[in-house]
Write a protein that binds this ligand. Structure first.
Ligand code: PMP
Length: 421
């Protein structure tokens, strides 16, 4: 704000206001649809040490081999700096793309041609590219209700209507999907894709049941709707049987998005998309147009890490750590929550979704939570339709067990008071 202020008073001058107004007229129509994520707003609060933040779904990086990563990074600069610090392939390095095939094989996705992979700046950028390539303003995409707030913001920025499809404890409901597609088509909607987080959904923690995956894929195939499968948490399963990704069984109909953010480190900003060959070229060109190439150094560092470190062991360490935190949160919820409150029991991922009686707006409880020393994300953030929500998201990934317990203990009376009102 220093540029639009009178240096003596700190207030904007007439000239500043005039300039700001004239420049504001230059914003694109699209820019008015770009919103600050509600999660980001609340995230700021996580920095206050007196509060227990169950808001942010940050990975817990303390268990990373930092010394080892440090020497890998310095070796890379010394020994291969001319390549690592240079522009690279727009598609991402061939080495990392081949290694990504090994990573995906852990979840049953085999036979992928590395040439059908584009490395992106986190999977967030892959969502952006998918919208750019498939969606015009006014088009429709389908998503789970609730769904990832970052994807909703991307849809909004592209002026795309995101249609939430009801879910239950087994994930997206196929009959509801079928019905909504029929209604939307009747109303003339151009439906481009279904965006789904089948494993440990953010925010609900719910996993899409195996039988439903097949049914949903069949519906989308018949209706000529692509599937965007977003699977950043798939490898972080703590209990139950692994379920095959949609990409493993429907390779021609699915754009699959993966990420190193949750299995290694989000600050490296490396994710990827696997795109069917017949859709690949445009997807790749759109990705390249934004970044020229994904960060070469970061890709090479990840390659080195995958070659020289027991990355499967690291994922196992993460799994054990998060499993204990998930368990601690569930135990605390069982102990402290009022009877009228229910919550999901995730088998993996970072999140638990809490449901209060209808009519309570969890957004209005946020300030009361903060007064009591605990932060959460109100449920409305995870639905494309404005309006109050009687749900909220708790993240257990970034907080040690004792703090999780303390946070839930602080939250319980806030919810009990709202229920009693
Ligand atoms: N999809 C989901 C469901 C997420 O929860 C997140 C991050 N929280 C992302 C995508 C973005 O991840 P990345 O760091 O790979 O961009």
């Amino acid at each position: 704000m220093t540029h639009i202020a009178d240096s003596a008073t700190g207030n904007p001058t007439e000239a500043d206001l005039d300039r700001a107004e004239r420049h504001a007229a230059l914003f694109s129509e699209r820019a008015s649809h770009i919103k600050q994520s509600a999660v980001r707003d609340v995230f700021e609060l996580s920095l206050d040490p007196s509060l227990v933040s169950l808001a942010g779904g940050n990975p817990y990086l303390q268990s990373l081999p930092l010394e080892k990563l440090g020497s890998m990074a310095s070796d890379l600069i010394r020994e291969e700096g001319m390549t690592a610090l240079q522009y690279g392939s727009g598609q991402g390095t061939a080495t990392l793309r081949a290694q990504i095939c090994e990573v995906m094989a852990e979840e049953g996705i085999t036979g992928v041609d590395p040439d059908n992979i584009v490395i992106t700046t986190g999977s967030q950028a892959a969502q952006d590219v998918a919208c750019k390539v498939f969606c015009d303003p006014g088009d429709t995409v389908l998503c789970e209700d609730p769904t990832y707030v970052g994807a909703l913001n991307t849809f909004e920025a592209y002026q795309v209507n995101a249609e939430p499809i009801p879910t239950d404890e087994h994930g997206l409901i196929p009959s509801a999907l079928r019905l909504r597609i029929a209604e939307l088509r009747q109303a003339g909607a151009r439906i481009k894709f279904l965006y789904t987080i089948p494993n440990f959904n953010n925010p609900s923690g719910i996993t899409l049941a195996a039988e439903r995956r097949a049914e949903i894929a069949e519906i989308c195939i018949i209706e000529n709707i692509l599937i965007l499968e977003d699977n950043p948490y798939g490898m972080l399963r703590y209990s139950g049987e692994a379920i095959r990704p949609l990409r493993a069984d429907y390779p021609e109909h699915v754009i699959y998005m993966g990420s190193f953010s949750k299995i290694l480190a989000p600050g490296l900003r490396i994710g990827w998309a696997v795109v069917p060959a017949h859709l690949f070229r445009r997807f790749y060109l759109a990705a390249e147009a934004v970044t020229l190439c994904p960060a070469t150094f970061n890709q090479m560092l990840i390659s080195k890490y995958l070659q020289e470190h027991d990355w499967r062991g690291q994922i196992q360490t993460y799994r054990e750590l998060y499993a204990a935190r998930c368990e601690a949160m569930l135990e605390a919820l069982d102990e402290y929550m009022p009877k009228a409150v229910s919550y999901t029991r995730p088998e993996g991922g970072f999140f638990i979704w809490v449901t209060l009686p209808e009519g309570i707006d969890t957004y209005l409880l946020l300030s009361k939570g903060i007064e009591s020393g605990v932060v959460f994300i109100p449920g409305a953030a995870f639905s494309p339709h404005d309006g109050p929500s009687h749900r909220l998201r708790l993240a257990f990934s970034a907080v040690p067990e004792e703090k999780i317990r303390e946070g839930v203990k602080r939250l319980a009376p806030v919810l009990a008071a709202a229920i009693a009102e």
